[in-house]
Ligand binder design. Structure first.
Ligand code: FAD
Length: 355
């Protein structure tokens, strides 16, 4: 599913509720390590993220930049840290639900929680772990008259697959690496590929820019410098876009598939409407348990506030550990034992370690 579906109303395609003990909202470093710590407690979790991939800020904002303050790892990039976390949680069999934003969180009569996503997925869970960071990473919407009236399947935000462009008139709107890559990809299958950007300057790797230049010269990609001012359709079917060039002149461009790459940025979204106690738009938690103001709901990572909180990955790892112990006690009704991964046969069985 592409990010374009992330804005779909949850009520459109409701599926039967998934019954589970734990839901983790957010698959950044905090959410990933939460899955690991819950796994050690014998609690299987479902992991939900608005992005089509895991890693949160590490993969979205600084994938190739170095981090120097993860204990035991002198240096690694954001992406490398995410890959290591993925490897670590592999034995936990976490079910992922990506490209969908958690929209609703409601109490059920039996003490459980109902979690609903923008993709129509519904969960009934005994505990919820909010690891929402600085908010859900969602694409910046195209703001132009006519956009809201378009039927589905014609406007796509940061799509991962470009099959919809095959044999069609495709317009890629944006100037970053993803937009350039999409235009290059579309040129081999679309009936016509247009790349539109505000300036004649694109932000991509040199090899990609060279390829784009070749495709421009051969006519396989037509580059237009300007901005979309209106989306035109007939009965919801995309027909063309009206666009304005640098001199303020308006033009019409026939389009069947519109691929928008205006960037992805974090938005707190519905989280602040869930009735949980907040402190300056952060979730207030007890630092000993990471419990929020609602029973069975814990919060960790950048989204939380408590005295002395530091927005660092290693602090999020500690919080995930504390929350997992607290949740195990909440679910089992007794304090879990503290066991070492070095020596515990029970933990070795969970981790798939053979003796
Ligand atoms: C440039 C930069 C460099 C940094 N360098 C360091 C460093 O060197 N060391 C360090 O310790 N920290 C560093 N940080 C901070 C670190 O990245 C954060 O502390 C960390 O990412 C927080 O992890 P998190 O999992 O809490 O949140 P995030 O990484 O923000 O992940 C939250 C995830 O939740 C998802 N989400 C939110 N709401 C919803 C919803 N309603 N439904 C579905 N999904 C949702 C988001 O899409 C996101 O993927 C850096 C940050 C930046 C920006």
């Amino acid at each position: 599913m592409s990010l374009s579906n992330a804005t779909t109303n949850a009520s459109l395609s409701l599926q039967p509720a998934v019954e589970t003990d734990a839901i983790i909202i957010g698959a950044g470093p905090a959410g990933l390590f939460q899955a690991f710590q819950l796994g050690l407690q014998g609690i299987q979790a479902h992991l939900i993220d608005a992005l089509p991939h895991v890693g949160g800020q590490c993969s979205q904002l600084y994938a190739h930049k170095p981090i120097y303050d993860i204990p035991g790892i002198p240096v690694c990039t954001g992406l490398e840290l995410v890959q290591l976390l993925e490897k670590q949680i592999a034995p936990m069999q976490v079910t992922r639900h990506l490209s969908q934003q958690v929209q609703t969180l409601q109490a059920l009569d039996d003490g459980r929680w109902q979690v609903g996503t923008t993709a129509g997925a519904m969960f009934h869970t005994r505990t919820v772990f909010i690891a929402a960071g600085v908010g859900a990473f969602v694409p910046k919407a195209l703001k132009a008259p006519g956009v809201d009236e378009l039927g589905t399947g014609q406007l796509h935000y940061h799509p991962q697959q470009l099959d919809m462009a095959a044999g069609r008139q495709a317009l890629v709107y944006g100037g970053d690496e993803e937009a350039v890559a999409a235009a290059i990809d579309c040129s081999s299958s679309a009936a016509r590929t247009v790349l539109m950007h505000r300036r004649d300057s694109f932000n991509a790797e040199p090899a990609q820019l060279t390829r784009l230049q070749q495709l421009r010269e051969s006519g396989a990609v037509e580059v237009l410098i300007g901005q979309i001012t209106e989306v035109r359709h007939g009965d919801g079917l995309l027909e063309s876009v009206q666009w304005m060039d640098g001199e303020g002149n308006e033009h019409l461009q026939p389009v069947e598939q519109l691929l928008v790459y205006q960037g992805i940025s974090p938005k707190l979204g519905p989280l602040t409407d869930w009735g949980l106690a907040l402190e300056r738009k952060q979730l207030a938690v007890d630092p000993a348990t990471l419990a929020t103001s609602a029973p069975g709901i814990y919060a960790i990572g950048d989204i939380v506030s408590y005295s002395g909180k530091k927005r660092l990955i290693l602090c999020a790892f500690h919080e995930a550990t504390m929350a997992a112990f607290a949740a195990a006690e909440y679910l089992q009704g007794s304090k879990p034992l503290l066991e070492y991964t070095t020596t515990s046969a029970r933990l070795h069985a969970i981790l798939g370690v053979s003796h």
